[in-house]
Design a protein around this ligand. Structure first.
Ligand SMILES: Cc1cc2nc3c(=O)[nH]c(=O)nc-3n(C[C@H](O)[C@H](O)[C@H](O)COP(=O)(O)OP(=O)(O)OC[C@H]3O[C@@H](n4cnc5c(N)ncnc54)[C@H](O)[C@@H]3O)c2cc1C
Length: 587
C-alpha cells in the first residue's frame, strides 16, 4: 500500500470527523476539525508512526483552538518584519536560530572553521528554553528506540561528553545508572505467569533482555547485578529489588552550564551572540534564504540553522519549508536539598513495563552539585510556554518514585519546576536540509535525549551543512578550552585568603546557601549575564535551600550597579523583578 493509502486508513478510524490530507515529498499535511486537543495529538501521532512519513504538519483545529491569539502573534511578527527588513545588521556565513544546547553546540563546532557565524536568540540569555529545565542526564542510549536518529546520536554523544567537559570545564560526573527489577516490573502481565515463574522471569530473564537491548543499541559494559551486590552499589535501593542492571555509561551535568560553556567558548572563537533578538521572517531570492529578519534588523546570510526548539516549526513555516508540527510535552521535576545527595549514588529507575511510549519513564538522579531530582512527568500541553506545575503532578512524582528507594527524606523538597519538550509527530530528531529551502538546515524535534546527544548532533549538523555546500576550512587558532568562573565552593582556604587580599569582593558572600561571592556575580555580569536568572545559571546564586529568599535583592543591587540601570529595571528572566519603582529611585 502506498503512503496515501496508509494515511487514508489511519484517518478512517476517525470517521465522522471532518478530516483531509495532502502529501508532499513524504510530508503529510492534515486538515480539518476534531473535538479535543487529545484527539489532535492522537491523530498526529498515528500518522507520524506510518513507515515512510518524514513529517506531519498538523493543521487540524480542535474546539477551543486559540485562533485569535495566533492571528495576533502573526500580526505582531508582520509589523516587526516591515519595520526591520531594510536595516542590515551584518552579513554571515551561517546564522543559527536558537541559543539552547543545540544551537550553542553547533556554533562552537562551526567556530573551528574560517566562517562568520552568529547565534540569534530571542530571549535575554542563552539556555532559557528547554535547556534550562531538564534532568541533566547524559543517557547511555539504551532507552532510545532502534532505527532512530536519536538512538544513534545519543550513543555517540554520550561518549563525547568527557572530552567536552575537559575542554569546556563544566561539571560532569559519570555516575552510571542502575535499573531496578522489582515485583512491580511486569505487574500488568502477572496473571500470565503464575507462582514462582513470575519471579524467575523477573530475576533471570528480564535483566538479560535489557543487556541484549544495550548490546543491540551499541552500549557497552552493561551488567546484571543480584543479591547484596545491588545494595553495595545503591544502599537505599528498594528492599524488594529482585535484580538490577548496571549501566556504566550515564553521566550527569547541569544542562544550562553546558550551554553557557559552549556559548562562551564559541564566542572566544569568533561567534557573535545576539540575545533579545527574535526572528520574525525571512528574505528570499527564489527558494534560497538571503536574510533573516529580526527586531534588530536583517542578518544577511548564506546558510541558516533552525535550532529554535519549541518554535522550530514556526521558523520552518516562516522560511517556506513547513515539514513538521511541534507538539509541546511538559515535564515536571522535583528538586531536593543537597543533604539528600548521600541517599542516591547512581541515576536510578525502576523498570515498569509496558513503558510509556513517549518517555523513558523518568526516575531519580543525583546532580553534579549534590542535589537529587525526581521526575519528570510527560503531559501533552497546547501552549509552548506552559511551564505550570500542577500539585497533582508533584504528588504523582512523589508517589511513583517512592517505590525506587527504601528510605529518602522527602520533606527536603526545595523546589519543583517544569520544562517543555519539543516533540514532533514522528518522535525522532529532524536533522536534515529543508525540503523546499536549499540553504536551511532543520535541527528540530530535539526532545530527550537532546542534551545527551548534543555533541553528536553538532557534528552531524556540520556534516549536513558541508553536504549542502558549506566549505569548511579549519582555523589554526581555534582554542577548544574555556575557563569557568572560579567558585569559592571549590577552593582551598589558603587560595581564598590570597584572593581576598587581591580583591575584597571575594570575601563578601552574597548567597549563603551556595556560598557565592560578590566577585563571582560581578564576573558573571562581565561575561554577559544581564538578568537574575542569568547570574544564577552562571554562579548558582539563589539555587540553594532558601531559593533566593535571602540573596535576591542583594544580587539585583549588584546587577543594577554593574550595568548602570535602575534597580526597578533589573529583570528576573524576561520580566522585571519589581512591580513598579523602588524606594529611593526617582520616577
Ligand atoms: C522535563 C525534561 C527533562 C529532560 N531531561 C533530559 C535529560 O535528562 N537528558 C537529555 O538528554 N535530555 C533531556 N531533555 C531534553 C533536553 O532538555 C532537550 O533535548 C534540549 O534542551 C533541547 O535543546 P534545544 O537547544 O534544541 O532547545 P531550547 O533549549 O529550547 O533552545 C531553543 C532556543 O530557540 C530560541 N528561539 C525560539 N524561537 C526563536 C525565534 N523566533 N528567534 C530567536 N530565537 C528563538 C528559544 O528562545 C530557545 O532559547 C529533557 C527535557 C525536558 C522538558
Amino acid at each position: 500500500m502506498g503512503l496515501e493509502g496508509k494515511v487514508k486508513k489511519v484517518l478512517e478510524k476517525y470517521r465522522g470527523r471532518d478530516l483531509s490530507f495532502t502529501i508532499k515529498d513524504g510530508v503529510v499535511f492534515l486538515y480539518g476539525q476534531v473535538d479535543t486537543y487529545d484527539e489532535w495529538i492522537e491523530i498526529g501521532l498515528e500518522v507520524g508512526k506510518i513507515k515512510g512519513v518524514e513529517g506531519v504538519v498538523n493543521k487540524v483545529v480542535w474546539k477551543g483552538f486559540p485562533e485569535e491569539k495566533i492571528r495576533e502573534k502573526e500580526e505582531r511578527r508582520r509589523k516587526i518584519f516591515e519595520e526591520n527588513k531594510d536595516k542590515t545588521v551584518g552579513s554571515y556565513d551561517v546564522l543559527i536560530i536558537g541559543g539552547g544546547v543545540t544551537g550553542t553546540a553547533i556554533a562552537r563546532e562551526l567556530s573551528r572553521y574560517k566562517l562568520k557565524v552568529a547565534i540569534i536568540e530571542k530571549s535575554t540569555d542563552i539556555a532559557t528554553g528547554t535547556t534550562k529545565a531538564n534532568n541533566g542526564m547524559i543517557h547511555s542510549g539504551i532507552e532510545a528506540p532502534r532505527n532512530t536518529l536519536k538512538r544513534r546520536l545519543n550513543v555517540k554523544g554520550c561518549r563525547m561528553y568527557e572530552q567536552w567537559a575537559r575542554e569546556l570545564n563544566f561539571k560532569y560526573k559519570m555516575v552510571g545508572s542502575v535499573w531496578l527489577i522489582t515485583p512491580r516490573t511486569l505487574e500488568k502481565y502477572r496473571k500470565y505467569f503464575p507462582g514462582p515463574l513470575y519471579t524467575l522471569i523477573l530475576k533471570y530473564v528480564l535483566p538479560y533482555v535489557v543487556v541484549l537491548k544495550a548490546w543491540l543499541n551499541g552500549v557497552p559494559g552493561v551488567k546484571v547485578v543480584r543479591g547484596s551486590k545491588i545494595f553495595e552499589l545503591e544502599p537505599y535501593a528498594a528492599r524488594d529489588t529482585l535484580a538490577a542492571v548496571y549501566v556504566p555509561w550515564t553521566g550527569i551535568v547541569e544542562p544550562y552550564e553546558v550551554a553557557v560553556a559552549l556559548a562562551e567558548n564559541a564566542a572566544k572563537n569568533g561567534v557573535e551572540i545576539f540575545t533579545n533578538t527574535e526572528v520574525v521572517g525571512f528574505l528570499k531570492d527564489g527558494e534560497r534564504v538571503t536574510g533573516v529578519v529580526t527586531n534588530r534588523g536583517t542578518f544577511l546570510c548564506r546558510y541558516v540553522v533552525n535550532a529554535a526548539g519549541l518554535y522550530a516549526d514556526e521558523i520552518a513555516e516562516m522560511a517556506g519549508s513547513p515539514e513538521y508540527t511541534i507538539h509541546p510535552r511538559r515535564g515536571v521535576i522535583v528538586l531536593f536539598h543537597k543533604t539528600t545527595g548521600s541517599y542516591v549514588r547512581h541515576c536510578l529507575a525502576e523498570i515498569v513495563l509496558p513503558q510509556h511510549p513517549r518517555t523513558k519513564g523518568g526516575g531519580i538522579n543525583p546532580t553534579p552539585n549534590g542535589n537529587v531530582i525526581w521526575g519528570p512527568t510527560a503531559v501533552e500541553v497546547p501552549d509552548k510556554e506552559d511551564v505550570s506545575v500542577d500539585p497533582e503532578e508533584v504528588q504523582l512524582i512523589l508517589t511513583k518514585y517512592s517505590t525506587i528507594l527504601s528510605e529518602f527524606p522527602k520533606q527536603k523538597l526545595i523546589r519543583y519546576f517544569a520544562g517543555v519538550r519539543a516533540a514532533t509527530f514522528t518522535e525522532d530528531f529532524v536533522i536534515r536540509p529543508a525540503k523546499w529551502v536549499p540553504n536551511l538546515l532543520h535541527v528540530a524535534g530535539i526532545q530527550s535525549p537532546g542534551l545527551a546527544s548534543a555533541p553528536a548532533i553538532a557534528e552531524y549538523a556540520i556534516e549536513k551543512l558541508a553536504e549542502m555546500g558549506l566549505e569548511l576550512q579549519e582555523k589554526p587558532e581555534f582554542d577548544p578550552y574555556r575557563e569557568p568562573i572560579p567558585s569559592l565552593r571549590d577552593m582551598k582556604p589558603s587560595d581564598i585568603e590570597e584572593l581576598i587580599k587581591k580583591d575584597p569582593r571575594w570575601g563578601h558572600v552574597v548567597c549563603e546557601c551556595e556560598l557565592v561571592t560578590e566577585a563571582e556575580i560581578v564576573e558573571a555580569v562581565k561575561r554577559g549575564a544581564r538578568t537574575l536568572d542569568a547570574v544564577k545559571r552562571r554562579t548558582r546564586a539563589g539555587m540553594g535551600e532558601c531559593q533566593g529568599g535571602r540573596c535576591t535583592i542583594k544580587i539585583a543591587m549588584i546587577i543594577s550597579r554593574e550595568l548602570g540601570v535602575p534597580l526597578s529595571q533589573v529583570l528576573k528572566e524576561e520580566a522585571p523583578l519589581f512591580n513598579g519603582y523602588v524606594r529611593g529611585e526617582s520616577e
